[in-house]
Design a binder for this molecule. Structure first.
Ligand code: ADP
Ligand code: MG
Length: 344
C-alpha cells in the first residue's frame, strides 16, 4: 500500500518467515551455527527455544532453504500429537503411506524408507516446530524413532523448536534418556537496541529502500522500548509506522509519529486491556464478557481448562493401561498357580 510512497519494491515487514529477509543477529547467527553443527553431527537432537516471535521458524526456514541436497527434510508444526499420531505424521511427511496401516506396519515402512535413503547416500531430518505442545510421551516416541540405525549411525535426526515452556518439559526427571541424545541446545534472545535498528534498516534496504534518513534516533529508541527487540513485534509496529507516515504524508518518522502509532496499536493488540477493578468489588470471570479484558480472561481460563481435561484424559488412559497390565499379570500368575497345583 505504502511501498511506492517510500520508493520500496516490496513490503519490508511481512509477518511470514521469509528466508530471503534473514537477518543474522548475534543470537540468530548462534542458533544457526548450532543447527548447522547439529546437521554435521548427523545424529541426536538439537533444541532451540525462544519466546514467541523471536525467530525460531524463520531460522528453521532459512536452514531448510540452503540445505544440502543429500538431506531429505520434513517439518511438522502440530499441537498436541499423541505418540501414534506423531508416527503417522512423520511417515506421511516423508511420503510413507499410512492409510489403513497399523502402527507397526508404518514403523516398518518408515524404517525401510530411511534405510533406502541411507543406501542412496542421503539422510533424513525432522524439524518439529512448536515442540512445547508435544506431550512427554510423544517426545519419548520421537526418541524411539531416533533408534533406527544403520552401521551404528541413526537414520533420522531431529530438531526441536519451541517456546520457553519446552525447557521444563525437557528437564523433567523421566526425560533423562532424551536429554542424553541432545547434541546442542540454544535459547534465542530478542534483539538488542543496536540490533533492533540494524534489523529495521536491513529489512528496509532489502525491500528496496535507498537508505535516505527516514527514522529519527528517538524513533528507533521508542520502537525498541515498545517491542523489547522481538522481531515479530518490530515487524507489526514498523509496518504500522510506515502506513501512518504514508497517510500523514510525513517525510521523516520521528518520536511523535512513533508515539501516535504506539498509542493506536496498544489499544488494538499488544497491551492487555487493564480491568478497572477495585478490591472491594472484585469481578469474577463468570460475570459476563462486558469488557474486553474479561473476554480475554474467559478465553484464558477456557484454554487452561481444556488443557486440564486433556491431562486428566491422559492420566485416565494411562491408569487403564496399567490396570489391564496388572489384570494380565494376575491371570498369568493364576494359570501358573493352577498348573503347579495340578502338578502336585
Ligand atoms: N533473524 C530474522 N531475520 C529476519 N526476520 C526475522 C528474523 N527473526 C524473526 N524475523 C521475523 O519475525 C517474525 C516472527 O518470526 P518467527 O520465526 O515466526 O518467530 P517464532 O517462530 O519464534 O515465533 C517473522 O515475520 C520473521 O520474518
Ligand atoms: Mg514459530
Amino acid at each position: 500500500m505504502y511501498e511506492n510512497y517510500y520508493g520500496l519494491t516490496s513490503k519490508p515487514f511481512q509477518l511470514t518467515p521469509d528466508p530471503s529477509f534473514f537477518f543474522g543477529s548475534k543470537w540468530h547467527k548462534r542458533a544457526m551455527s548450532y543447527l548447522q553443527y547439529g546437521l554435521s553431527q548427523a545424529e541426536g537432537f538439537i533444541v532451540i527455544t525462544g519466546d514467541i516471535g523471536t525467530g525460531k521458524t524463520t531460522i528453521a526456514n532459512s536452514l531448510l532453504n540452503d540445505m544440502q541436497e543429500d538431506i531429505v527434510a520434513a517439518q511438522i508444526v502440530t499441537p498436541k500429537l499423541t505418540p501414534d499420531e506423531l508416527v503417522k505424521m512423520v511417515a506421511s511427511k516423508f511420503n510413507v503411506p499410512v492409510k489403513g496401516s497399523t502402527k507397526s506396519d508404518i514403523l516398518n515402512d518408515l524404517e525401510a524408507f530411511l534405510m533406502d535413503l541411507h543406501k542412496q547416500g542421503k539422510r533424513a531430518l525432522l524439524l518439529v516446530d512448536e515442540a512445547q505442545n508435544l506431550p512427554l510421551e510423544t517426545i519419548e516416541e520421537l526418541r524411539m524413532l531416533s533408534n533406527f540405525q544403520a552401521s551404528g549411525k541413526p537414520l533420522l535426526q531431529s530438531f526441536l523448536l519451541g517456546q520457553e515452556e519446552l525447557q521444563p518439559i525437557l528437564r523433567a526427571p523421566n526425560m533423562e534418556q532424551f536429554r542424553q541424545r541432545i547434541v546442542a541446545s540454544c535459547h534465542l534472545a530478542p534483539l538488542t537496541d543496536v540490533e533492533c535498528q540494524a534489523y529495521i534498516e536491513y529489512r528496509m534496504q532489502h525491500a528496496g529502500w535507498d537508505g535516505k534518513a527516514l527514522f529519527s534516533a528517538g524513533a528507533y529508541d521508542l520502537i525498541f522500548q515498545f517491542t523489547h527487540g522481538v522481531p515479530r513485534k518490530i515487524n507489526t509496529l514498523v509496518d504500522r509506522i510506515l502506513l501512518f507516515g504514508f497517510l500523514e504524508e510525513l517525510e521523516t518518522l520521528d518520536e511523535e509519529a512513533v508515539e501516535n502509532v504506539i498509542k493506536e496499536v496498544s489499544e488494538e493488540m499488544f497491551q492487555p486491556v487493564k480491568q478497572a477493578q477495585t478490591e472491594s468489588q472484585p469481578k469474577g470471570i463468570l460475570d459476563g464478557p462486558t469488557e474486553e479484558g474479561q473476554v480475554k480472561d474467559v478465553e484464558y481460563y477456557k484454554t487452561m481448562l481444556t488443557e486440564l481435561v486433556d491431562a486428566l484424559d491422559n492420566a485416565i488412559s494411562q491408569k487403564i493401561k496399567l490396570t489391564r497390565y496388572i489384570d494380565r499379570l494376575l491371570q498369568k500368575k493364576y494359570k501358573t498357580y493352577v498348573r503347579l497345583k495340578s502338578d502336585d
